[in-house]
Design a protein around this ligand. Structure first.
Ligand code: GAR
Length: 203
């Protein structure tokens, strides 16, 4: 399965996907990265990994729909079958979702439906939860509201600050996101309404 990754920043999840999936016999490969932020670190990672990187700066488009239509065309032209949002800090519109129905997934650094939106680890610390974590979910038009595919929890420790908690959550993201992509590529995940059926536990 050909995977296109969208990212806006550092790209540690992009790298984890490439490292986990670009192995002999893998059912999925990352064929391109699209980044909406010129100069973002993820672009360097793509060059090092030998993955085609495209910068599509959202500031040069008149509307979200126009941007997403161009994005969809670009991904389609590369034969992308699954779109992974890996630290892609933009809402997506129907222009992208209708081009890839049930084929857009996102990783979020919280146990959804708790703490959607920006700065999820900061929100979790401020709230005082004992367990934090990450979620991989299908994307719909809301903010982190789509059907949940898999989650992993981590403890919040007494001396945690945002950086330490984020690092612990991201370790789990780097494991969970590739596991979900592999399961999707193997046809082990199906959607019934908003409930996801998994052939096996994804952990
Ligand atoms: C990740 O922790 C991801 O879960 C989060 O941004 C980070 C990107 O890190 N995404 C969101 O908050 C989306 N709502 P990375 O660029 O190193 O992969």
């Amino acid at each position: 399965m050909r995977v296109g990754v969208l990212a806006s920043g550092s790209g540690s999840n992009f790298q984890a996907l490439v490292e986990a999936l670009h192995r002999e016999g893998s059912p999925a490969t990352v064929c391109c990265l699209v980044c909406n932020v010129p100069g973002a670190k993820v672009l360097e990672r793509a060059v090092k990994a030998g993955v085609e990187a495209v910068v599509l700066d959202h500031k040069t488009f008149a509307s979200r729909e126009a941007y997403d239509a161009q994005l969809a065309a670009l991904l389609r032209a590369r034969g992308v079958e699954l779109v992974c949002l890996a630290g892609y800090m933009r809402l997506v519109s129907p222009a992208l979702l209708q081009a890839f129905p049930g084929r857009v997934v996102n990783v979020h650094p919280a146990l959804l439906p708790a703490f959607p939106g920006l700065h999820a680890p900061r929100q979790a610390l401020a709230y005082g939860v004992a367990l934090a974590g990450c979620t991989v979910h299908f994307v719909d038009e809301g903010t982190d509201t789509g059907p949940i595919i898999a989650q992993a929890a981590v403890p919040v420790l007494p001396d945690d600050d945002e950086a330490r908690l984020t690092a612990r959550i991201q370790q789990e993201e780097h494991r969970l996101f590739p596991a979900v992509v592999r399961a999707l590529a193997m046809g082990e995940v199906t959607l019934e309404g908003r409930r996801v059926k998994r052939a096996a536990v994804i952990a």
